[in-house]
Design a protein around this ligand. Structure first.
Ligand SMILES: *Cc1c(COP(=O)(O)O)cnc(C)c1O
Length: 423
């Protein structure tokens, strides 16, 4: 039995599998909470983008904040990807995973002087600059380092991505990017600065976007700017069109990556910009539906009118429900021959916001395992140690092979680096 939107996760008989492995067996072997990812699912998702871009000068920069495990980065690096990073720490991960620094684009509104110097020294491909003051500082750091900083300006096209307000980034009142009507002046400034080499233009309008129109609207606004900037005598080599394509959590029907990118390239060609190098920064759409979070049912209990299913995974493992009130699919790893009941699936953390799913229909008993679906993106990468809970282990699956790619965190791991005082 297939689960819509999850081609690599399916029931075989009464047991839920990821690729060729039963999730229950992974839970027995590695314990819970456990993140499990299908490498094939990641590469299949990437292939959609690659097909659309075949034959064109391009670079797919995986937005690694979605899932930054080294083995996940290794998977994408080996497939030819670059990376979209938002911190110096992420850069260290790229290098540790064998990624090519020249294929890294450095995004983010608050890069520090130290992060700029580190990225320049390591040979970063491009800084996506988000303000004029950042541009001034970057020029200074680059001049001191004796090597120019390649840049794009991240422009804010002021289009509504029609997604959750916390993950919408392309409206003029967002903190992200340079306002559309200020961009030409910022490019003039950039071209005049000694440490700066203008490479391209960048835009990223939000996340979990499920329609093509916001992308095409933003693209038109960006191409208008490209024409204005080049008319001012500043050549732009690449177009970085960001990430943000959504996935199916419940009934969303986002365009396929291949179709969306195909439509954007069609617009780019039609407006006479087909010769430019294309960069994309997908995150969620490459990894989201490749992963699940496994949890064990600890207790079933009733509280007033409600039934609760208390599991060993919590908001510290998976923040999306508590933070965005996100709906994520929750299914049993083994189907039982009993009538399902409606219950809230909650974790052990001391917060009423600690829930993974509300009013879910489940047929489970204590000791059973549940899989939270679509947990490959913004799951482990947002995990915390709240309540001194160790972060989960992670495994990567490929067919019938599987590797532990992160150890379960121990309490001693967590307080390493803390100190008692002498008195
Ligand atoms: C987060 C982010 C992305 C990726 O967004 P997804 O929704 O995960 O595809 C791309 N570019 C930038 C600048 C980002 O901040």
């Amino acid at each position: 039995m297939r689960l819509p939107g999850h081609p690599h996760i399916a029931y075989r008989g009464d047991r839920l599998h990821i690729d060729d492995l039963a999730l229950d067996d992974l839970g027995s072997r590695f314990g819970t909470p456990l993140y499990a990812y299908s490498r094939r699912a990641m590469l299949d998702a990437l292939a959609g983008y690659q097909r659309a871009l075949a034959g064109r000068d391009h670079l797919i920069c995986y937005a690694m904040k979605a899932n930054s495990n080294l083995a996940v980065l290794q998977t994408f690096a080996q497939a030819g990807c670059g990376f979209d990073i938002v911190s110096g720490g992420e850069f260290e991960r790229v290098l540790a995973a064998g990624g090519d620094p020249a294929k890294v684009v450095f995004s983010g509104v608050g890069k520090t002087r130290a992060e700029m110097a580190q990225a320049l020294a390591a040979g970063v491909g491009c800084f996506n600059v988000e303000s004029e003051s950042e541009l001034e500082l970057l020029s200074e750091v680059a001049a001191a380092a004796g090597r120019p900083a390649g840049i794009s300006l991240r422009v804010n096209p002021d289009v509504d991505a029609r997604t959750h307000p916390y993950i919408s980034t392309g409206l003029k009142d967002n903190k992200f990017g340079i306002a559309h009507d200020a961009a030409l002046a910022a490019y003039r400034r950039a071209a005049s600065l000694p440490g700066i080499e203008v490479l391209g233009i960048d835009c990223h309008i939000g996340s979990q976007i499920t329609a093509a129109e916001p992308y095409l609207d933003a693209l038109d606004r960006v191409l208008d700017l490209v024409e204005a900037v080049e008319s001012a005598g500043i050549p732009l080599h690449h177009l970085d069109l960001g990430g943000g394509l959504g996935i199916t959590y419940t009934d969303e029907q986002p365009p396929a990556a291949e179709a969306l990118v195909g439509a954007m390239l069609g617009r780019i060609d039609a407006r006479g910009h087909g010769h430019r190098r294309i960069l994309l920064e997908p995150g969620r759409s490459l990894v989201g539906n490749a992963g699940v979070l496994l949890a064990e049912v600890l207790y079933l209990k009733r509280g007033g009118e409600k039934a609760f299913c208390i599991v060993d995974a919590a908001m510290n493992d998976l923040m999306r429900p508590a933070m965005y009130e996100a709906w994520m699919g929750i299914v049993a790893c083994r189907l039982r021959d009993q009538a399902p009941q409606e219950m809230d699936v909650v974790g052990p953390v001391c917060e009423s916001g600690d829930w993974l799913g509300r009013a879910r229909s489940l047929a489970v008993q204590p000791g059973d395992r549940l899989a939270v679906l679509s947990a490959g993106a913004y799951g482990m990468s947002m995990a915390s140690n709240y309540n001194t809970r160790g972060r989960a282990a992670e495994v990567l699956v490929d067919g019938d092979a599987c590797w532990l790619i992160r150890d379960r965190e121990t309490p001693a791991d967590q307080f390493r680096g803390e100190h008692l005082v002498p008195r």
